[in-house]
Design a protein around this ligand. Structure first.
Ligand code: KG4
Ligand code: ZN
Length: 345
């Protein structure tokens, strides 16, 4: 149920290669416009920061205009501006932060510099309503893999990856297999016709009590590289779908096992999954299966809201406004290493 009295928030996202502008009224999504520079990075096999920054600069004004048109509002109707302050690529973040400050100043409206990771969690409110608490969040993106606990609006880190993020593992394995960047969606697509049990790839840190809620994915990438080389050296043909399905299974297995264990250990009967990797079909299915048997309620936004977008920033903005948070000072910095516990500047 949405009321006219709820704040109209415009959110800006520029932490990586997507220029996202979203508009929400409270928990109602009004617009979610995106301009991606992904194709400009594809031939380099990863995001080139300078290229991303320039693309944000070019896309910002038209994307804001498209979002206002889609929402049927004019900029002067906006009650607050929210923007990703970090973590992310610093040059890319600066474009969003500077644009948001200019808008806030020009419109005379408050600005909220918010955390990209917290936004990946709060975006779920646009689809499934208020988040129950305490809730465990599994955040899986190209740059982060973390388990967090959200309670009374506070975001506490329970664990994180010691090396590569899950998305990075997908991207690197895809590259090894000759699939285009970004690799996650490609692996997901190719895996559909493969056997997930064809190759038993390692599940790192699954039995180490000192790392119960931490992850490690760099060994998986090495294991895949070694396996592919061995097969090629032996003159065997490689089934790309079988490798893709087996890697996807290993990643989904570790992520869901640890997320369910965290929910049990912290007496949190709810789990929310966010970030680009949450779009993965096997991760979604396995999480559903394991949550059901553990009696945990599971929330995952639709795939289009899992990957980077402006609506998630607007959703977190509306959340902090609802909680009565003070607006950010106009001199808050773009912070590439912003920790999850700092939801707002
Ligand atoms: O959250 P996100 O859009 O950007 C960051 O904040 O990093 O996540 C991007 C990551 C990439 O590594 C991409 O390969 C991965 O999410 N990804 C997927 C899928 N869709 C995106 N990984 C596995 N399966 C997918 N369907
Ligand atoms: Zn992200």
């Amino acid at each position: 149920m949405t009321h006219e009295s709820e704040p109209l928030v415009l959110g800006i996202e520029t932490s990586c290669d997507e220029t996202g502008v979203g508009i929400v009224r409270g928990r109602e999504l009004l617009a979610n416009e995106l301009a991606s520079s992904v194709l400009e990075h594809a031939r380099f096999g990863g995001v080139v920061p300078e290229v991303a920054s320039r693309a944000h600069l070019e896309a910002m004004v038209p994307t804001v205009e498209r979002a206002c048109a889609a929402a049927g509002i004019s900029l002067k109707d906006v009650d607050a501006i929210a923007v990703t302050a970090g973590p992310g690529l610093v040059g890319a973040l600066i474009v969003g932060v500077a644009s948001a400050k200019a808008l806030a100043l020009g419109l005379g409206k408050p600005i909220y510099g918010v955390n990209h990771l917290a936004a990946h969690v709060m975006v779920d409110e646009l689809e499934h309503g208020p988040l129950p608490e305490p809730v465990i969040g599994l955040l899986v993106s190209g740059g982060h893999s973390s388990l967090i606990k959200v309670e009374s609006g506070a975001f506490d880190s329970l664990g994180h990856t010691l090396d590569d993020a899950a998305g990075e593992a997908f991207d690197k394995v895809a590259r090894l297999l000759g699939l285009p960047f970004p690799g996650g969606p490609e692996i997901d697509r190719v895996a559909a016709s493969g056997d997930p049990h064809a190759i038993d790839f390692p599940r790192a840190l699954s039995t180490d009590p000192a790392h119960e809620f931490n992850f490690s994915f760099s060994g998986l990438k090495t294991a895949v590289a070694r396996w592919v080389k061995e097969q090629r050296d032996a003159g065997n043909t490689i089934s790309v779908p079988d490798v893709a399905a087996s890697v996807q299974e290993a990643i989904a297995d570790v992520l869901t096992a640890k997320a369910v264990a965290a929910a049990k250990a912290h007496n949190a009967p709810h789990l929310v999954i966010g970030g680009g990797v949450a779009a993965n079909s096997r991760l979604r299915a396995l999480a559903q299966e394991r949550c059901e048997s553990a009696g945990i309620s599971l929330r995952i936004p639709r795939p289009g809201l899992c990957t980077d977008n402006g609506a998630m920033v607007a959703a977190l903005g509306a959340h902090v406004v609802r909680r009565g948070a003070m607006a950010s000072p106009l001199d808050f910095p773009a912070t590439s290493t912003l920790p999850i516990a700092q939801v707002l500047f």
